[in-house]
Design a protein around this ligand. Structure first.
Ligand code: HEM
Length: 275
């Protein structure tokens, strides 16, 4: 469920003022037979600088420069505005030259990853978001403990019964699942605690896990398997939560250099054509 927080009144005002200022400047440029791409370019550059300032602000949280949440809202609002300036600047079409194409793709990737990250941040449960720096190591430890627990339950079962069919199911299906790494995409259903479909299929062929005797070894192992599946989901969400920033941030760095080059080249070219 996406939980989008509405922007504050002042940010909506800022958005409206920037939009009106942009339209006004483009209109004035058109009237004076100037180059609208140049005007929209300055707006785009301004929004880019403001978006980058958020990264600097994040590195200096101790400075009394306002609340981080306000900065994030400003970043998101400027991001939306920057997307619009970008489309205007590129005249709503894909460029042709190699450098311009790379610039377009790079900028588009930052915008897309930004919007994706925004949706992820609003979708992923708050406790998970807060434990971003702690969680994976803790989860790996818990999974290791679960495997030990399941193994000792199976040993217990082996001692107490000669019937080893369940042990085979454990060794061939459940134990490999307990050891498997969390996948980036889920293939399981929510009502099955996100247990991968392939595991559910082979597991249900051997055992009717909806009718397990409460507190039996099978039932305890079943609970362990479900817990592992939930932990896998947390690891998956976690990797998504970090993964998008691993695109957003390096692309921003690369774009700083490419945009600088773009500004220098377009100015040098304009100066050359004037002479
Ligand atoms: C050219 C456009 C953009 C640039 C240069 C840019 C740059 C940055 C930078 C430098 C950071 C800080 C990363 C860090 O140090 O953790 C960041 C974070 C972020 N950006 Fe962007 N961004 C852009 C567009 C967008 C857009 C369009 C959105 C969505 C509307 C967006 C959403 C976010 C979010 C959600 C974060 C992480 C917030 C947090 O956890 O603090 N960005 N961006």
């Amino acid at each position: 469920m996406i939980n989008l927080k509405p922007p504050s009144g002042s940010l909506i005002t800022l958005l409206a003022v920037a939009f009106v200022a942009f339209r006004y400047c483009i209109h004035e440029t058109d009237q004076s037979l100037g180059d609208p791409a140049r005007t929209s370019g300055w707006f785009l550059l301004g929004s880019f600088v403001l978006l980058c300032v958020y990264g600097v602000r994040k590195k200096l949280p101790f400075l009394p420069l306002g609340k981080t949440s306000t900065w994030l809202m400003l970043h998101l609002t400027t991001g939306v505005l920057g997307g619009y300036f970008f489309l205007e600047h590129t005249e709503f079409r894909f460029p042709t030259g190699i450098f311009d194409t790379l610039l377009w793709i790079g900028y588009f990737v930052i915008l897309l990853s930004g919007f994706t990250g925004w949706v992820l941040l609003r979708t992923i449960p708050q406790p998970l978001r807060e434990s971003i720096h702690l969680l994976p190591a803790r989860i790996d430890q818990e999974i290791a403990t679960l495997i030990k627990e399941a193994d000792s339950l199976i040993l217990e079962l082996r001692k107490s019964s000669s019937h080893n069919e369940y042990e085979l199911v454990y060794l061939s299906i459940l134990r490999p699942f307990l050891f498997s790494k969390a996948r980036s995409l889920s293939s399981g259903k929510k009502e099955k605690q996100y247990l991968p479909n392939a595991v559910v299929d082979s597991y249900s062929r051997h055992s009717n896990f909806s009718k397990l005797e409460s507190n039996s070894v099978e039932d305890k192992i079943h609970q362990i398997v479900l817990r592992k599946s939930v932990l896998d989901r947390q690891l998956r969400l976690h990797s998504w939560m970090r993964g998008w920033l691993l695109i957003h941030l390096p692309f921003t760095g690369a774009m700083v250099i490419m945009i600088l080059l773009h500004v220098i080249l377009t100015h040098a070219f304009a100066a050359g054509t004037v002479q």
